[in-house]
Design a protein around this ligand. Sequence first.
Ligand code: PAF
Length: 281
Amino acid sequence: MEIFKTKSALEAFLKPLKASKKKIALVPTMGALHNGHISLIELAKTYADIIVCSIFVNPTQFTDPKDLEKYPRPIEHDLAMLNEAGCSGVFMPNIAEMYPQGADENWHIDLGKAEFLLEGEFRKGHYQGVTQIVKKLFDAVEPDVAMFGQKDFQQVLMIKNMLAYFHLPIKIITCPIIREDDGLAMSSRNIHLSPVDRENSLVLSKSLQYVTDHFNEFSLDELEEKAKRFYQGIEGVELDYFTIVNGDTLEKAKSKNENSLVALVAAKVGATRLIDNMIIK
Ligand code: PAF
């Protein structure tokens, strides 16, 4: 597995591979890898010959400087996991490589109304930062296909909107959420959960599962209401939202007949903010 710290070194590695018509997959990450990321690599292998994983903790998508500061960076462990998973190359630039003019570089594109809903309401500007770095990574790798996890459901939609904005010919693949045995969605942030938080964190997957299992029994409003009750009286858990939305627009679903329905949740568990979702249909 090759490691690249600069765009030029990465480009030199990819050039002959592209010339010999090899398909390239990009798996963008911020490191602190877990089996959810490895599942992206595994799925990438079914689409491409060469898998490039990027590890870059992108400052422009953090709305809370403390969150950025405490973001885990277990780089040796990450590299060992990627090597074992059969990743071809790792791109791990520093901030100056990605933001030569500084991380306050100007960026604003139209991502549609959905940018301001859900996470966009709680983390203002987050998706501008995400699309800014993903565009830079796409420019550096020019992949045929790029892999993203369904756990960040809104992120995938925003990245697709960014692709449409720039007319980029890259196929986006969304990989299903990988869960711990007890249901908790895998996330780099789970490392911050205390034993009590870890127990409490199960409320997210349980409430989503309830809505999925009982979808035919209640109205949308009743389902949301019942899901929200799961959070009442759990000390140290603060619900930001639990909502059932149209999966294409992220607008609150008006009817069960809409062709794509997703239940999404965000909650603070102790000091850690978690998100999760389940696609109903
Ligand atoms: O999902 C993530 O880890 C990040 O938002 C991404 C896509 C790597 C961009 O920094």
